[in-house]
Ligand binder design. Sequence first.
Ligand SMILES: O=C(O)C(=O)Cc1ccccc1
Length: 281
Amino acid sequence: MKVGFLGPKATFTELAVKKVFPGYELEPYQTIPESIDAIVNKEVDLAVVPVENALEGSVNITLDYLTHVVQIPIVGEITLPIKQHLLVHPANKDNWQKVSRVYSHSHAIAQCHKFLHTRYKGVPIESVSSTAAAAKLVMEHPETNAAAIANELAAEEYGLDIVQKDIHDFHYNHTSFFVLSEMNLDFESITGSSHYKTTLMVTLPSDMAGALHQVLSAFAWRKINLSKIESRPMKTGIGNYFFIIDLEMKLDEVLIPGAIAELEALGCGVKILGSYSSAMV
Ligand SMILES: O=C(O)C(=O)Cc1ccccc1
């Protein structure tokens, strides 16, 4: 079984993959859409991509690609603790307080906003495709005295020195990753987690007063617990949004189909993006 993931080597995504799929063949991709396309193109059996961070919220490109571009089911979710460190080239080890630039993934930069604001005011902060891509860039350019925000494995992989540990602004820093596949993967038996979620994409009928209220009440009176509701642009005009709704249960034969039928009767569009086990590793 081959797993595609947001690379290069030593991203947080790879850490998540290695925890859950040890011994699997791994294939890094440069972007989230490329990782997902690899399933469509039959280059891999599974893809793992980041979807939500406890400090910064959703990874919009993941949600948008799964709702607007491809139809690949979510078959699992992995949640991992995240520790961000400041890495420099060994040649610049004693000069790290005077770095000329800091590179990282936009989510990692956001997780360290307070640190960067107090320690590196005025220093250009540049967002790149992943934390490991930032580490690789710093390794390849010792002459620029740049720093990367990345993990411990990236420091090891790219031969960089960790000069400041744990620079994320809040102690509780976790990221969730979707496992995507067209195969019928039994993720529960891989992780042992029986915590299930079902993710829906819901469009509302236009110009219907109280439509969202009615959507929520279809879940409320059935006592279906929601753990997330997020609006994303339809990309058809200002003010046009759809909703991504996480239900805290496995897709069953009665409750969820009943709620979906009620939403459809209201004129909503409903698509099931996946029903999957979610594991904290
Ligand atoms: O860039 C990475 O290493 C990723 O895997 C994406 C990401 C970035 C920041 C926190 C968690 C995941």
